[in-house]
Design a protein around this ligand. Structure first.
Ligand code: 5GP
Length: 125
């Protein structure tokens, strides 16, 4: 079910549980501000979710409240992870769903990093 991308952060969302180690994940990258892991239902050969460790609901929240350091760390990590999967040359797609119209399901900011095959049109009709 789609969730709102604004409002109060829910500390019991699934990615908060992954960050606390209460639920396992297939980790691909971690530093002090960012965690990345494989999506449980991959839509492409590479489908990685990149999340900040801070409690941000969506990009709307992250872009407003996160520190410059967190924002830089997050963006750098996304690029580094894409390079780790050799995606710079063939190309890849970043998706950040914010709120109900975008179909955001997990209320912890995340970017989907998708690649490994041609990804088709940007949006389903
Ligand atoms: P959203 O629709 O919020 O942008 O995307 C949420 C994503 O989280 C979906 O692609 C979904 O497959 C993924 N997801 C949901 N629960 C889990 C989980 O427990 N583990 C992992 N690794 N991914 C999850």
């Amino acid at each position: 079910m789609a969730v709102s991308g604004i409002g109060k952060y829910d500390p019991d969302n699934i990615f908060a549980k992954i960050l606390r180690g209460e639920i396992p994940c297939k980790k691909v990258f971690e530093n002090d501000m960012v965690l990345a892991f494989h999506d449980i239902a991959p839509k492409a050969p590479v489908h990685v979710l990149v999340i900040p460790k801070g409690p941000y609901i969506s990009f709307a929240d992250f872009s407003q409240r996160a520190s410059d350091k967190e924002i830089v760390a997050f963006n750098r990590a996304v690029g580094d992870i894409a390079r780790k999967f050799d995606l710079d040359a063939p190309g890849y797609r970043l998706i950040g769903n914010v709120g109900e119209n975008a179909g955001q399901e997990v209320p912890h900011f995340h970017v989907h990093l998708l690649g490994g095959r041609p990804l088709g049109p940007m949006l389903a009709e």
